[in-house]
Design a protein around this ligand. Structure first.
Ligand code: GTP
Length: 205
């Protein structure tokens, strides 16, 4: 399975922090994710060559398009693998490999251009989702239109699947895979959550 971890954000809500480098219970988020995805083909998607230096020893790719946010990262990942790819934001410290596997399998089953997890209130999770290179043309159309909205190419595609997040509770009881860190308060919450997770890997919360 191909996995792309997007790290190119500027972390403005965290005072310009490199979110992948934030330590939760002593371990950087990027280290947690790389460990969790050890059995997959994983690439780190950076915004530029300077940022790439932070990830020496890991497989990295640099965005070919600037200033398009996560959309540029998804584009780089799909161009790199040229096949279906699970995309993960670098600010999600508790993503479970099994959740990615499930989403990937579902995307394959329906041969979707994109498969996005959906909450019961309709909110989508485009940054823990699976994309096919078939969506590249729609992403490039966004670049041409100077459109940065991550969901714009998804909505233009007529082959998008949604996956009910509640169905993932069998794998990830408290759906912590979807917890993400945007602010100082989120970092504090992540620390507390991390302390409640059994070090053996089984979520106790
Ligand atoms: N490769 C790549 N990844 C990006 C880019 N912009 C954002 N990301 C990643 O996309 C994910 C979501 O980013 P956001 O939370 O929307 O933005 P952020 O820049 O990380 O944080 P804020 O500045 O506080 O909004 C994170 O994993 C980012 O690292 C980009 O230009 N290139």
């Amino acid at each position: 399975m191909n996995v792309a971890i997007l790290v190119g954000g500027r972390g403005r809500r965290l005072g310009g922090a490199e979110k992948s480098q934030i330590r939760i219970c002593g371990k950087k988020i990027i280290e947690r994710l790389i460990e969790e995805f050890a059995e997959f083909e994983t690439v780190i998607v950076c915004r530029d060559e300077g940022q790439k230096r932070l990830f020496e020893g890991h497989r990295c790719v640099v965005d070919s398009v600037r200033n398009f946010g996560p959309l540029a990262g998804i584009h780089s990942a799909l161009s790199y693998f040229s096949s279906r790819t699970a995309v993960v934001a670098c600010d999600m410290p508790f993503v479970k490999a099994k959740v990615l596997e499930k989403l990937y399998a579902e995307a394959e089953k329906c041969d979707a251009d994109a498969l996005l997890p959906v909450w019961s209130d309709g909110r989508l999770e485009p940054l823990l989702a699976v994309y096919s290179p078939k969506i590249l043309l729609e992403i490039e159309r966004s670049f041409e239109k100077n459109e940065r909205k991550i969901l714009a190419p998804v909505f233009r595609s007529n082959n998008v699947a949604l996956y009910d997040i509640e169905c993932l509770r069998k794998i990830d009881k408290n759906l912590l895979s979807f917890f993400n860190v945007n602010t100082r308060e989120d970092v504090e919450r992540a620390e507390k959550l991390c302390l409640s997770i059994d070090l053996g890997g089984k979520s106790q919360i």
